[in-house]
Write a protein of this length. Structure first.
Length: 84
């Protein structure tokens, strides 16, 4: 609960700002629903891991035995959203 299962961009459209815009819209909508924190998991060493780190998500342990768990709080989002 309170997690994002998947967010993918077609590789032909990477590096055009689409993922950043989609993420900002998604998080803005999510936090407008009255939620305070959201989390997701991704494998280490992937483009997704780098994307979430650059986007301001904070690592918060592991999701299962293989995935890094990242969290974004409403407060943190307010701080980083203009840079997304």
């Amino acid at each position: 609960k309170n997690n994002i299962w998947a967010l993918f961009i077609d590789p032909d459209f990477e590096c055009k700002g689409i993922a950043r815009n989609l993420q900002r819209l998604m998080l803005n909508w999510y936090f407008l629903q009255g939620k305070d924190v959201v989390w997701l998991g991704t494998l280490p060493g992937t483009r997704a891991e780098r994307f979430y780190r650059i986007s301001g998500w904070l690592e918060n342990g592991m999701n299962g035995s293989r995935e890094i768990r990242f969290e974004m709080s409403k407060t943190r989002f307010e701080t980083v959203k203009n840079s997304l």
